[in-house]
Design a protein around this ligand. Structure first.
Ligand code: ADP
Length: 459
């Protein structure tokens, strides 16, 4: 096992990785920006190195500074967490050439899956169902129109290098296709440094179901069941559950087998997630693969009792997977609420600032992953997620009640958060029925006459 690990991230995920390292007896190095000097990841790591100013481009996103921090502290490996450099193949390559282990997949696998067009092709060749659409990126609206002639409206235009629910635009007719295409290209170029756009059929009323996989360096690949991330606003996840209320044992096996097959054909290693859309007719289609640990990994940890971060460290260190597919048992039900510093009544506008008081819930089956504490100032520079509240219980109905109880105990004062919003969602009869789709949040606002959110807008 590694003698020292550097964590190239901040916030709750940096803490989560520190915890796994501690339990495995591995010393850790935190890196931080000047805006994060008071962060818990700095306090709880064995060593900490300031790598620059608040701006991510000059700190958490700068490979040179991170590699330098690893070299001066003698770290052997780097865990990138999620976001920042986690899906940056060049960074993974630089780590390798500097003699550092990148705790994630090989650069080739990141590259192959990072380009969404290429990823779809790889999956299609492996026999995994993909959403019908263009075979590669599309040059202009007239080419897009030819594809639409085959697959029909509505379609979704997506940035080949997009991510985080950004860089997507829906067209329901020719006028929208023509006006949207050029804008989509310009936006993709500005946001992701790559103007390439591909198009695919826009599935109406799908569910977002993703499969967690683990792959070692010796070709062994297993899956840890699904997460249902259907509750989203503007294509961004708000709440995740496992198991999904609509996935049967038989469907889990089939989707799991598809994910494993796809990962094998991509030469994938380490932890990853294969994302699918599940149609109302029970068909599922590959959407993309995330080549890193995901925000919502704890729900899988709770129902499988497998520490995904610890597995990532073992895999990166060259250990063989100890688990076989038959060892993976899904037990009970888990749900995660993302607590964001946002105002749900103002279109989820970020709400940074001083947290005047902070009390986290507890009790049996309650887990809180957070880097926040009373008197902490939520910086304006970074992601608005301040905590993840996860509960585990026997079944979905009891799990929802436990989550409602835990949300009631969660006190955050001084800033707006999504806590009350989650309470409303969990108490909603449609949510409780388990039967809904990715339009659920908009539909909820419509039904309850809450603020409209523009879901088709590119953000
Ligand atoms: P990102 O990588 O930016 O998160 P994804 O490709 O994973 O983007 O898509 C995020 C969400 O956008 C999905 O969960 C789904 O709600 C919606 N979405 C993406 N593609 C389609 C599609 N073809 N049809 C319907 N909804 C889609």
């Amino acid at each position: 096992m590694f003698k020292k690990i550097l964590i190239a991230n901040r916030g709750e995920i940096a803490l989560r990785i520190i915890r796994a390292c501690r339990e495995l007896g591995i010393p850790t190095v935190a890196v931080y920006s000047q805006a994060d000097a008071d962060s818990l990841h700095v306090r709880f790591a064995d060593e900490a190195v300031c790598i620059g100013p608040a701006r991510s481009a000059e700190s958490y996103l700068d490979p040179k500074r991170i590699i330098a921090a690893a070299e001066i502290t003698g770290a052997e490996a780097i865990h990138p967490g999620y976001g920042y450099l986690a899906e940056n193949a060049d960074f993974a390559e630089i780590c390798g050439s500097c003699g550092l282990v990148f705790i994630g997949p090989p650069p080739e696998a990141i590259r192959a899956m990072g380009d969404k067009v290429h990823a779809k092709q790889t999956m299609q060749v492996a026999g995994v169902p993909v959403i019908p659409g263009s075979e590669g990126s599309v040059a202009d609206a007239s080419v897009a129109k030819k594809i639409v002639d085959e697959i029909g409206y509505p379609v979704i235009m997506k940035a080949a290098a997009g991510g985080g629910g950004r860089g997507m635009r829906i067209a329901r007719n020719q006028a929208e296709l023509e006006s949207g295409f050029k804008t989509a290209q310009l936006e993709a170029a500005a946001a992701f440094n790559n103007p390439e756009i591909y198009i695919e059929k826009y599935l109406e009323n799908p569910r977002h179901i993703e499969i967690q996989i683990l792959a070692d360096q010796y070709g062994n690949v297993i899956h840890l069941g699904e997460r249902d991330c259907t509750v989203q606003r503007r294509h961004q996840k708000l709440l995740e559950e496992s198991p999904s209320p609509v996935v049967s044992e038989e469907l889990r096996k089939r989707m799991g087998a598809s994910a494993v097959k796809g990962a094998k054909s991509a030469g994938y290693q380490n932890a990853g997630t294969v994302e699918f859309l599940l149609n109302t007719d029970g068909n599922y289609y590959f959407m993309e693969m995330n080549t890193r640990v995901q925000v919502e990994h704890p729900v899988t940890e709770e129902v499988t009792d497998i520490d995904i971060i610890a597995e990532m460290l073992h895999i990166a260190a060259g250990d063989k997977l100890k688990l076989t597919q038959d060892d993976v048992k899904i037990s009970g039900y888990a749900i995660e609420c993302r607590i964001n510093a946002e105002n749900p009544d103002a279109n989820f506008a970020p709400s940074p600032g001083l947290i005047t008081s902070f009390h986290v819930p507890g009790g049996h089956g309650v887990r809180v992953d957070t880097h926040v504490y009373a008197k902490y100032v939520v910086p304006q520079y970074y992601d608005s997620m301040i905590a993840k509240l996860i509960v585990h219980h026997k079944n979905r109905a009891d799990g929802i009640q436990k989550m409602l109880r835990a949300l009631d105990e969660f006190v955050v004062e001084g800033i707006y958060t999504t806590i009350d919003f989650h309470k409303k969602i969990l108490a909603d009869p449609v949510f409780q029925s388990g039967i809904f789709d990715t339009g659920f949040v908009e539909d909820y606002f419509r039904r309850t006459k809450g603020p409209a959110i523009n879901a088709d807008k590119v953000v």
